[in-house]
Design a protein around this ligand. Structure first.
Ligand SMILES: Cc1cc2nc3c(=O)[nH]c(=O)nc-3n(C[C@H](O)[C@H](O)[C@H](O)COP(=O)(O)O)c2cc1C
Length: 449
């Protein structure tokens, strides 16, 4: 493999128990790991051994799960976990190469906080910070921030755009070589290399400068995962990595082609944005072993939880009183998504599935592309998407942790390396270098006065 060859970018998306909705109940999983630093250190060191570009931690400003009551909520497995920026700061000390990406919301933070924290993480990790920019999407979060309901979708993205102007402007408060620390002359920094932002906009009045020097990466890497039209346009303007949810190569190609075009329309180089669809992986040494592993997890889906997820997907259809091991009944018309309801219903009928099998099927991969197989068969599919321009890499979602990640690193990574699709050693030391992204030049522009 030559160093110039295009290789897959890989993220390790690591909620403590794994991605399968029932993973936390599996005998091998560590459901308490969300608040166990040694556990996370070992997970991230495994991902680094597997030469992943970055680890990714999702987050919300509260318990985001939709639930009817405490009984239903008590069956979910991801209620409590570390705040990701503090966790990544600690992990920075125990790793050397892997990128450290966390989610933070533009709706429930102030831009100065975010600019400062991610700049700080970038310095702590010597250039490995990434920020997954979200606008947040639940009223549950709004209720932790003095609101009854979240601001509407357009308003959230409107604020997010100005938020980005302020954050990136603050990161450019100082030129890269502004700090002299010159004891002899008494100059701590060169005053010509200070740029006070002086932002005054619709949502924010932020003077600056930031009280952190320019981040080692210039700007931490910007990640985004919104799929609405507004979300896509936001990604085209700002994102350098996009997490997506396409299910087929055809959909992935269409999405990536469209987004690259939008990136160009914003005057950016389309190669400056890496599209990484989620890949929910269930791996075995044989196909039968992978399928058994998946079946084991499916059998652990709690009926209360499974029925709640299915009911929501069917547009709040009441299925109480029906035998879980009997067929899905004829469905009434509802105000929900008729399209989605019909897809589920037709699939259930054509495959002769019981209600239990239907809820297992809808709850398994949380809407991400699911691959159940051997290292060879999964590598075949990832390669197909990668070489046919459906993806620049993948956000890898292990079914159950920690063993799902161990398997990926010992079985799948060597298979991808054998095919020349993955690096065999880290070449750079920053997240930008891992991803092949340019370091942004310093902009001395003042956004607004
Ligand atoms: C892989 C992936 C990770 C995500 N992580 C988060 C997260 O950590 N926090 C969050 O609030 N939303 C997260 N989201 C949701 C999106 O950022 C976004 O809020 C959602 O897609 C709705 O945005 P839209 O209205 O633009 O589609 C994630 C989505 C994907 C596909």
């Amino acid at each position: 493999m030559t160093s110039t060859r295009r290789t897959m970018k890989l993220g390790a998306f690591l909620p403590a128990p794994g991605h399968h909705v029932a993973a936390w109940r599996h005998p091998r999983s560590r459901p308490e790991g969300g608040l166990d630093f040694d556990y996370y250190r070992s997970l991230v060191q495994t991902a680094e051994r597997g030469l992943f570009d970055m680890v990714f931690l999702s987050d919300g400003a509260g318990v985001r799960t939709h639930y009817k009551d405490a009984d239903e909520l008590s069956r979910q497995g991801r209620m409590v976990h570390f705040e990701p920026l503090t966790l990544l700061s600690a992990l920075a000390v125990h790793t050397k190469h892997i990128g450290l990406t966390a989610t933070a919301s533009t709706t429930y933070n102030e831009p100065f906080h975010i600019a400062r924290k991610f700049a700080s993480l970038d310095h702590l990790s010597h250039g490995r910070a990434g920020w997954n920019v979200v606008t947040s999407a639940t009223d549950a979060e709004a209720r932790n921030f003095n609101l009854e309901q979240q601001p509407d979708h357009a308003a959230r993205y409107h604020r997010a755009r100005e938020f980005m102007e302020v954050v990136t402007g603050l990161w450019d408060s100082w030129e890269d070589d502004a700090f002299l620390y010159d004891k002899a002359s008494g100059r701590f920094f060169d005053p010509a290399k200070l740029h006070v932002l002086g932002h005054r906009g619709e949502h924010f009045a932020v003077r600056g400068p930031l009280n952190v020097a320019r981040p080692p990466q210039g700007h931490p890497v910007i990640v985004q995962a919104g799929s609405s039209a507004d979300g896509q346009d936001f990604a085209a303007q700002w994102a350098e990595v996009v997490f997506t949810v396409q299910q087929t190569l055809d959909q992935a190609q269409t999405y990536r082609r469209g987004l690259r075009k939008q990136v160009e329309d914003h005057g950016r180089d389309p190669d400056g944005l890496k599209v990484m669809p989620g890949a929910f992986l269930v791996l075995g040494r044989t196909q039968a072993e992978a399928e058994d592993r998946f079946a084991e997890l499916q059998d652990l889906v709690d009926p209360v939880l499974g029925m709640s997820l299915l009911t929501a997907q069917l547009g709040d259809v009441d299925l109480s009183g029906h035998d879980l091991d009997g067929p899905l009944p004829e469905l009434p018309e509802t105000g929900g998504s008729i399209g989605k309801q019909q897809v589920i219903y037709q699939q259930a009928r054509s495959q002769g599935l019981t209600i239990r099998q239907v809820y297992q099927s809808v709850s398994a991969g949380r809407g991400h592309h699911r691959l159940v197989g051997t290292a060879e068969s999964i590598a075949d599919q990832l390669e197909d998407w990668f070489v046919n321009e459906g993806a620049d890499g993948f956000n890898i979602m292990p079914d159950c942790l920690p063993d799902g990640l161990d398997q990926i690193v010992t079985l799948l990574v060597p298979e991808l390396q054998r095919r020349g699709l993955m690096r065999t050693a880290y070449q750079g030391s920053t997240l930008r270098e891992n991803l092949g992204l340019a370091r942004p030049a310093h902009r001395a522009t003042v956004v607004a006065r």
